[in-house]
Ligand binder design. Structure first.
Ligand SMILES: Nc1ncnc2c1ncn2[C@@H]1O[C@H](COP(=O)(O)OP(=O)(O)OP(=O)(O)O)[C@@H](O)[C@H]1O
Ligand SMILES: [Mg+2]
Length: 260
């Protein structure tokens, strides 16, 4: 009965995802496209910016002045919750997601800053607060969490990987980008995250995946999007594109592949 509930009708519909890949491949854009698709399905979605570049807010079309300060820079808050020197490893964070997030396009944006070695060695105060907040969001049912990670392999912290149940690896159709994708995938699997998909962004129509070890299963390709390419000089938003229906289908495919 208990297992039937877990596996059948009682199964949670939400997931916690992280998006990883080499620099500039489209991680942030894809985080927004998946989040936007889910939000329009009526889901509660948290988008977590865990990159020093802080571009998730921009990709959502927010002006610079409206993008929240990264949590790791909230010195006063960190002092109040975690303390200094002798730090509290279990700070109260329940009120923080709502307080620190910015609602945009039906999504909730939470800007963390880099999750430096979360779950690893660093016990500095900002990290303790980020870790506690991440852990708090992850255990909440009925809400989606999508973490936009810093580019590359180095930032794939054990804490982050163990906090999510699915990894979206993004790559361009190039050898170097795929090699990074493969390293990320292998590392994440070693850290206990087998649920992964590979997405090739800016793929040509006749794209064929080269034979390379370690890559997750290819789940979708995204072509160069003309409407996004043409607005680059005017806006950094990736929302409300002419290709939205196509992107919705890709988002649905990614989610269904990660759940199966
Ligand atoms: N399929 C696409 N067609 C056209 N433009 C795209 C496409 N995907 C992404 N872009 C554009 O490419 C740029 C890089 O995308 P994005 O910021 O999502 O990459 P990233 O992997 O998050 O980069 P970083 O490693 O710097 O965080 C953005 O300006 C985005 O609008
Ligand atoms: Mg990015």
């Amino acid at each position: 009965m208990f297992f039937a509930l877990l596996n059948g009708a009682g199964r949670k519909s939400d997931m916690k995802l992280a998006i990883a890949g080499k620099g500039g491949v489209g991680k942030t854009s894809l985080a927004v496209w998946i989040g936007d698709y889910l939000a329009r399905q009526g889901e509660e979605v948290w988008l977590l910016d865990a990159d020093t570049a802080l571009s998730l807010g921009q990709a959502l079309g927010l002006p610079e002045s409206d993008i929240p300060l990264p949590l790791i820079q909230e010195k006063e808050l960190i002092r109040e919750r975690v303390g200094e020197g002798f730090i509290r490893l279990n700070p109260a964070v329940e009120d923080l997601p709502e307080r620190l997030s910015k609602k945009v396009a039906g999504l909730k944006l939470l800007v963390m800053g880099t999750i430096a070695g979360a779950g690893g060695g660093c016990a500095c105060s900002p990290n303790a607060l980020v870790k506690a907040l991440l852990a708090h969001l992850i255990i909440e049912n009925r809400q989606w969490v999508i973490v936009d990670l810093e580019a590359g392999v180095e930032h794939l912290g054990r804490g982050t990987v163990q906090s999510v149940d699915g990894l979206v690896v993004v790559s361009e159709p190039s050898m170097r980008s795929l090699q990074t994708a493969s390293r990320i995938s292998v590392l994440a699997r070693e850290m206990g995250l087998p649920r992964q998909v590979l997405i090739i962004n800016r793929a040509p129509d006749d794209f064929h995946l080269p034979d390379m070890e370690g890559l997750p299963p290819l789940t979708a390709t995204i072509p160069v999007l003309p409407s996004l390419a043409s607005r680059q000089l005017a806006s950094s938003s990736v929302l409300d594109l002419a290709e939205r229906e196509q992107l919705d289908r890709i988002a649905a495919k990614i989610i269904s592949a990660l759940k199966s």
